[in-house]
Design a protein around this ligand. Structure first.
Ligand SMILES: [Zn+2]
Length: 498
């Protein structure tokens, strides 16, 4: 899982001060998270032992969606926190899954997976491929293939977009699994399907904040304005899983466009999906993050899938900032989030300082020495300028969308990045006068309680004046704020240009 990824050290990791409780153990090493995790794994082991003693193998049923969640947590407990019991429990569950599915005819499997909600199995194929990687047991790879959703898989391999009307978060995780199946089996059709699927969703079914879906369902390709329905757009889990898919695809096709989507979703929908308020009793996370006229966000949520995903979402701010190449000679700087990277295999530490996304500058300071290629993501929304120890550098992006600085680095080298924010409007593809406003990577929303579409006369970029707080603007008397400011006031993610 982490073969290609650089980690983030326990140094300063950017987070909002009111979210301290949501930083997980893998990111910051706080013992309280590890203790809780070990306690849960021990409990699950007891349950498994008791169940095996009473009923033996088989004879019970479990919805695979929940099965995946438990197994995912167990494997993360093993790989990220070194809990050996967790792997043993997950392996036992994997063997049980094989005993249930391994002998079933393909037609029966296909019928199951085509049903809602029986077919919503989360990332069962991903977890079985992970078990294969960890154990080397080919049975687990065979079991991963049992979850092939044959018809949709074939469509996506062929680049045929048949997503209209399909349940979004039922299907997105299946493609995370196909990507892992490609990694474990080398069968390129699985990777092709995942890449094509991503391209069907981004940008063709993606809203201004990075989210997708309406009423949990994918709507027609290139129908954005026509699929904005009040409060029911953009399930949070779907945004989470599309970010994960973007990240996974980057490992095979390193290109800035995947990180553009990741960042857009992270600093808009995900950052706005936890209310700006303290609570020790309520996670205050979202289910839908709507984009309709005059909508409000509902925070709370301990009952839906998004309640669980919502807790994990806010560990994502310290993830994916850096990757290293398989040859360990290239460092990708993907996100401009203040952080400290310990690149232990190279004896190098890179410290990134700044206040992204509040500011449009960031500074990288190198400690240690060695020759490597520092690749800086050139975001789609800015003209990046870079200085190295005070001297301007060329920032023409390469074919991968990254600017490269290949040199022998020394302690104290400083790379200063400027990615100036500017206001811009983006029309929806199916209605040119229905538009969204953004500022750098930040989607802006008009704060208004009117429930019809917000009209803006003239050019909002030309007519905008600075608002009362940083990153805010006033346009035609309406306050526009960053999407991620997480309150329950009514807003408009889109406006009508008149
Ligand atoms: Zn959900």
């Amino acid at each position: 899982m982490w073969a290609f990824a650089g980690g983030v050290g326990p140094g300063r990791v950017w987070s909002r001060r009111d979210r301290a409780g949501h930083r997980a153990w893998a990111g910051n090493g706080e013992q309280v998270f590890k203790d809780k995790l070990d306690y849960i794994v021990a409990g699950l082991k007891e349950c498994q032992d008791a169940w095996a003693a009473r009923v033996g193998q088989g004879g019970a049923s479990a919805p695979y969606y929940t099965c995946h969640k438990i197994m995912r947590g167990l494997l993360d407990a093993h790989t990220l926190a070194g809990n050996a019991t967790a792997l043993a429990v997950a392996r036992g569950m994997g063997e049980w899954v094989h005993s249930r599915l391994g002998h079933l005819p393909r037609a029966q499997l296909d019928r199951m997976w085509s049903l809602y909600i029986a077919g919503e199995y989360g990332g069962m194929n991903e977890i079985m491929a992970d078990l294969h990687a960890l154990t080397g047991n080919p049975t687990f790879l065979e079991t991963a293939r049992c979850f092939d959703n044959t018809a949709l898989l074939a469509d996506c391999v062929a680049g045929l977009d048949s997503l209209d009307g399909r349940h979004a978060n039922q299907h997105i995780p299946q493609f995370l699994g196909y990507l892992r199946l490609f990694e474990e089996s080398g069968e390129t059709r699985y990777r092709t399907a995942a890449a094509n699927f991503f391209d069907m969703v981004v940008p063709h079914r993606t809203y201004a904040h990075g989210g997708t879906g309406q009423g949990e369902i994918f709507r027609k390709r290139d129908v954005i304005a026509g699929s904005i329905v009040n409060t029911t757009n953009a399930e949070t889990c779907a945004a989470y899983n599309m970010m994960k898919l973007a990240r996974g695809l980057f490992f095979h096709t390193p290109h800035a466009r995947y990180l553009d989507h990741h960042e857009k979703t992270l600093v808009n929908q995900i950052l706005g999906s936890r209310r700006d308020a303290n609570s020790t009793e309520d996670p205050l996370v979202t289910y839908m993050v709507p984009v309709g006229p005059g909508v409000r966000r509902g925070y709370g949520n301990i009952g839906t899938c998004c309640g669980g995903t919502g807790l994990e979402n806010h560990t994502k701010f310290q993830d994916t900032i850096y990757f290293r190449s398989p040859a360990d000679d290239t460092l990708y700087v993907n996100l401009f989030i203040a952080s400290t990277l310990r690149w232990d295999s190279r004896g190098v530490t890179v410290t990134q300082t700044g206040d992204f996304p509040r500011t449009d500058t960031s500074t990288l300071t190198v400690t240690g020495s060695g020759r490597f290629d520092l690749r800086l993501r050139v975001p789609s929304w800015a003209a990046l300028t870079v200085t190295l120890n005070g001297s301007p550098c060329t920032t023409t992006p390469g074919a991968d969308g990254y600017a490269s600085i290949l040199r022998t680095w020394r302690t104290g080298d400083r790379v200063e990045l400027r990615f100036p924010y500017r206001l811009r409007t983006t029309p929806t593809v199916d209605d040119q006068s229905l538009q969204s406003l953004s500022y750098g990577p930040l989607a802006l929303i008009g704060k208004s309680s009117r429930t019809d579409t917000l009209p803006i006369p003239g050019d909002p970029v030309a007519g905008a004046t600075p608002g009362p707080r940083p990153l805010t603007f006033t346009v035609n008397g309406t306050l526009f704020e960053p999407f991620h400011l997480a309150d329950t006031n009514p807003y408009h993610a889109y406006f009508r240009r008149v």
